[in-house]
Design a protein. Structure first.
Length: 397
């Protein structure tokens, strides 16, 4: 365990995105590190701190983060920084101050066109909206696969070399990165990888006061291809034509009245909510029996923990590492392998059956899951450089 006396940790957010709108609550990390006795400083670009309610050191331009003298003035012992496997210039400057760099890469570990060709292609295609764009994307992916895969790999490996610890959100994500590093003869970096979790809002640790109903919930930013709204719509149409007892609630932004046809065809059985407060989402999750995800990829979907802590089970893709972790042996829900309408509808039907026979009335292992999600535990493991998650879910239960 880290000797906390006078230790100082920096949290660096180098993005123009407003901190208050980030899906990851960096203010929770600030509170968590303070709660275990560390002095904590948040760093961010000026444009990202609007409405953010924590003390923060701001810079006018990200180039300030490149300066060695800037970081030396703060005398940090640790630095937690989301890099998305970039920002190597910032890492290099931090490295010169001898602080311990903890790199949040926000990745499922499926790295590289050569090591995980189908995953990398599907991820790239998910951002394209029409056939012409998809064709251009596919041709670019071929060029990356044939000629530029090492350029990408070298940049990622440099990013890892500049880090003391690398955070991923599941054991499977770590195994994916280990495979990537093996392919590029860099297995000496394996020991840097640790598993952790993103902080969950404290409201989800409360005992649910809203009774469960025959409700299935889907949450996401549906204007992005990542969430696979097209598949969600097809699944809902097929499912509601077969099952007349359940209803769907869809939460999250979308473009061009994307869900209008569902609302027209199923006016009393589909509800669409463009945005919701944290309290409203909590009540919706508590009232739902199932959280459905159709995402193409996720690093560590926070909503999965929010659902489980609220006694709501999951139906989700098994190739997303954290979902696979939770759905192994149907512990906390039912997974599907292929993103096909028939397979997702079948998984939903199987999960509903488990509710009907009483298997989901009290999800097993939730008390231990709550312990894993405690903010102090997350932050302590990070500074100690230790895994938060056991290798298998059976070790939680």
């Amino acid at each position: 365990m880290v000797e906390k006396k006078s230790c100082k940790i920096g949290i660096v957010f180098n993005s123009p995105t407003e901190l208050r709108k980030s899906s990851i609550d960096y203010g929770k990390y600030y509170k968590g590190f303070k709660s275990i006795g560390l002095n904590c400083i948040l760093f961010a670009r000026k444009e990202s701190v609007i409405g953010f309610d924590y003390p923060i050191e701001t810079v006018e331009n990200e180039t300030d983060f490149y300066r060695d003298d800037y970081w030396k003035a703060f005398n940090l012992d640790y630095c937690l920084i989301p890099t998305w496997m970039g920002m190597n210039r910032i890492l290099a400057s931090l490295k010169k101050t001898n602080c311990r760099i903890i790199n949040m890469i926000d990745s499922d570990g499926y790295l590289g066109t050569r090591v995980f060709p189908l995953h990398s292609l599907n991820n790239m295609l998910s951002y394209q909206n029409d056939g012409h764009s998809k064709l251009k994307c596919f041709l670019w992916w071929i060029r990356k696969y044939l000629f530029y895969h090492r350029v990408y790999a070298e940049s990622v490996i440099d990013n890892f070399k500049l880090s003391d610890k690398i955070i991923v959100n599941s054991p499977q994500a770590r195994r994916n990165i280990v495979e990537f590093l093996k392919y590029y003869n860099s297995s000496d970096l394996n020991s840097k990888i640790i598993t952790s979790k993103y902080p969950v809002h404290e409201i989800f640790f409360n005992s649910a006061t809203v009774p469960k109903s025959n409700q299935i919930l889907a949450i996401g930013r549906w204007e992005t291809g990542q969430k696979n709204g097209a598949l969600l719509k097809k699944v809902i149409k097929r499912f509601l034509s077969l099952n007349f007892e359940y209803r769907f609630v869809i939460v999250g932004s979308c473009k061009d009245n994307f869900f209008a046809d569902l609302l027209r065809d199923f006016p009393n059985r589909v509800t669409y909510i463009p945005s919701a407060s944290r309290e409203e989402i909590y009540n919706l999750i508590c009232a739902s029996k199932i959280l459905l995800s159709t995402s193409i990829y996720e690093s560590g979907p926070i909503v999965a923990d929010e659902a489980l802590l609220s006694g709501t089970s999951l139906v989700a893709p098994l190739d997303i590492p954290l979902f696979n972790y939770y759905l192994s042996d149907n512990h906390f829900g039912t997974g599907f392998k292929a993103r096909k309408v028939k397979g997702v509808v079948r998984a939903l039907s199987q999960e509903i059956h488990r509710w009907e026979i009483g298997e989901r009335n009290n999800l097993k292992g939730l008390s231990n899951l709550k312990s894993l999600n405690k903010l102090e535990n997350i932050c302590q493991k990070i500074v100690d450089g230790l895994d938060l998650l056991p290798e298998t879910l059976s070790e939680i239960n």
